[in-house]
Design a protein around this ligand. Structure first.
Ligand code: ARG
Length: 462
């Protein structure tokens, strides 16, 4: 493509070192769509004839079909997806193909392709996030009456509904989807026409290209347009957070599936055995997902590090943007897909949940609140109940097993109705503040989410 200036062939070592076709071939559909729009603008500007545009369009569509059928031969010597497709087009249709690159550089071309690609992928990931949310909502709904201890510091804290715990993740994934929607706004800007760095003396109708490709706006600085990858970094940041959220959900599931917690059982289809220990049933999906979060964070750091020292404008370093992006995409899509399916096969062990939540200490804060409602300042109430808990520990009994006389010796504000406080259901259902875990709130939120997400799950389980 640049042979005019050079006297000797490029070293094979360099060709192998610099090729990106082994991974950027994935951009072919977007590359072809971008080229057809570009050719349309060339024709509108009178730079190519209608017949040439027709030949380019037909030629590119034929190439796309060949790629889709697996019949296209990618040539590493042609470096990247852009040159592979253009060279083959020219081989097939001659001069019209050789005119396609007029007023275009691979620098603005690759920026366009990546934006088109990420725009589609953003939509797909949002759809998959919705599928995981639906699975979580349905798992919560199926177990709407199950209460479990909520934990802070991994110590039992206060009772919550199991569904409330799951809905926390539904909220996280909703923010992830919003983040992607927001990132998409900055992805959705059309860079073609920026050329290599300084636009072109051949003026094309950039707005026409944007319209043809469904972009609401065009980039406003040619130097920025060819060297900006912050749209990709934002995308990777959003995916890293999806990964963090999935990883925390994984950790919860791993704990819950252990013999120590026993809150859930994951179906055989989504667990693995041990080659040595016959009794084992391992939550590998959750562990792998927790593990894959590392690369999602790594990919973000990788792109940021690649970009941080680059002088304006395009530098070849930027070819390193693609593999982290593709890897994060593949990783997140696969994780969301399997999670949506696996969560439908999680069974809750109501007996184990009930045994765990049946812990008087989970209600200690409720007893403090009881004193507060009788006029005891909270700090004082906290201390009194702390002493009450210490007394129980000393005697090896629970808060519900002290006598009224014991309570009144600790504070005259206690009356017989303190025993009514010592009830998990009452504790839960008293938490009616918006966002609190009362049954009414949680049922309401489940109904809200079902409406929001639509009811049909689109992912097949097996
Ligand atoms: N494969 C290149 C990339 O991914 C395309 C742009 C190449 N531009 C250049 N001036 N060599 O960044």
């Amino acid at each position: 493509m640049w042979k005019g200036r050079f006297k000797t062939e490029t070293a094979q070592l360099l060709k192998d070192y610099s090729q990106s076709i082994s991974f950027d071939w994935r951009l072919y559909r977007h590359d072809i769509a971008g080229s057809i729009a570009h050719a349309t603008a060339l024709q509108a500007a009178g730079l190519i004839a209608q017949a040439e545009l027709d030949a380019i369009r037909a030629g590119l569509q034929a190439i796309e079909n060949d790629i889709e059928r697996g019949e296209f031969v990618w040539k590493p010597d042609l470096e990247d997806v852009h040159m592979n497709i253009e060279a083959e087009l020219t081989r097939r249709i001659g001069d019209a193909g050789a005119k396609l690159h007029t007023a275009r550089s691979r620098n603005d071309q690759v920026a366009l392709d990546l934006r088109l690609y990420l725009r589609d992928e953003t939509d797909e990931i949002r759809r998959l996030l919705g599928e995981v949310q639906k699975s979580l909502v349905e798992l919560g709904e199926r177990n709407i009456d199950v209460a479990i201890p909520g934990y802070t510091h991994l110590q039992r804290a206060q009772p919550v509904l199991f569904a409330h715990h799951l809905l926390a993740y539904v909220e996280m994934f909703a923010r992830d989807a919003n983040r992607l929607t927001d990132a998409r706004k900055r992805i959705d800007i059309m860079p073609l026409g920026s050329g290599a760095i300084a636009g072109s003396t051949v003026n094309l109708d950039r707005e026409l290209i944007a319209r043809l490709l469904g972009f609401p706006s065009i980039t406003q600085n040619s130097m920025d347009a060819v060297s900006d990858r912050d749209f990709a970094a934002e995308f990777l940041a959003a995916l890293a957070l999806v990964g963090v959220h999935l990883s925390r959900l994984s950790e919860d599931l791993i704990l819950w599936a252990s013999a120590e917690f026993k809150f859930v059982t994951i179906s055989d289809a989504f667990t693995t055995g041990s080659s040595l220990m016959p009794q084992k049933k391992n939550p590998d999906v959750a562990e792998l997902t927790r593990g894959k979060c590392g690369r999602l964070i790594g990919n973000l750091v990788s792109l940021l590090t690649t970009m941080k020292g680059l002088p304006m404008t395009y530098n070849r370093d930027m070819q390193e943007d693609k593999e982290p992006v593709f890897d994060s995409l593949d990783t997140v899509k696969a994780a969301l897909q399997i999670y949506a399916a696996m969560l439908r096969e999680v069974r809750v062990n109501a007996a184990a949940a009930s045994a765990a939540v049946d812990d008087w200490n989970l209600l200690a804060t409720d007893v403090a609140d009881y004193l507060v409602l009788r006029g005891v300042p909270f700090r004082k109430a906290h201390e009194i109940v702390g002493k009450t808990v210490a007394l129980c520990l000393e005697r090896g009994i629970g808060l519900g097993e002290l006598s009224l006389a014991d309570y009144q010796a600790l504070s005259p504000a206690f009356a017989a109705d303190v025993f009514e406080i010592l009830n998990v259901r009452r504790s839960l259902d008293a938490r009616t503040n918006p966002g609190g875990p009362s049954s009414a709130n949680v049922r309401g939120r489940i109904a809200w989410w079902k409406q929001e997400l639509g009811s049909t799950l689109e992912i097949d389980t097996l």
